[in-house]
Design a protein. Structure first.
Length: 165
């Protein structure tokens, strides 16, 4: 099963879109760094552990990598950099929608995906319908998710056409 390392925002988007239970049925293992979970998710999103979220430790080399990432790319937070360092450590994709982190990840050679990719995976696997995806995006928009809304419309339009065929 492919491991995916996530930042907090992706998981919060999924929670806002009422997709948390569904994403953990995808053929992926979702994980976050332990420090990110403790400082950004435990208080309001500890239910993610029961849903299937894994918490992984950074090894000593990855802690040093986090420190060098902070110096090299000042815009993402330490938590964001810890997620990137863990993705590099585990040699797996990073899930983030944060533009500055996506840029850093690509420069570091990491594969990057975001909320739209996850929802498209849910649609491809027939775990949700296009109408549910639209509803989830609508709630995410109301809750302040910073998604590329033009790309969201293209994705939904593509699935609307697909469903008419």
């Amino acid at each position: 099963m492919l491991l995916l390392i996530s930042d907090a925002n992706i998981l919060i988007d999924m929670a806002h879109g009422n997709l948390t239970p569904v994403i953990f049925r995808l053929p992926y293992e979702f994980a976050v760094p332990d420090i990110l979970f403790e400082l950004e998710l435990r208080e309001r999103h500890s239910h993610l552990l029961e849903a299937g979220l894994k918490v992984k430790n950074l090894n000593a080399e990855s802690v040093k990598k986090t420190e060098s990432l902070i110096l090299q790319y000042p815009r993402p937070s330490m938590m964001d950099h810890s997620a990137l360092a863990l993705a590099l450590q585990e040699q797996c994709p990073l899930l983030t929608g944060y533009k500055a982190l996506r840029i850093a990840a690509k420069k570091e050679g990491a594969e990057v995906h975001g909320t739209l990719w996850i929802i498209e995976e849910l649609l491809n696997q027939k775990m949700i319908q296009q109408s549910q995806a639209k509803g989830s995006f609508d709630v995410m928009r109301v809750k302040g998710s910073r998604l590329p809304w033009g790309d969201v419309e293209k994705l939904l339009g593509k699935w609307e056409l697909f469903n008419k065929e």
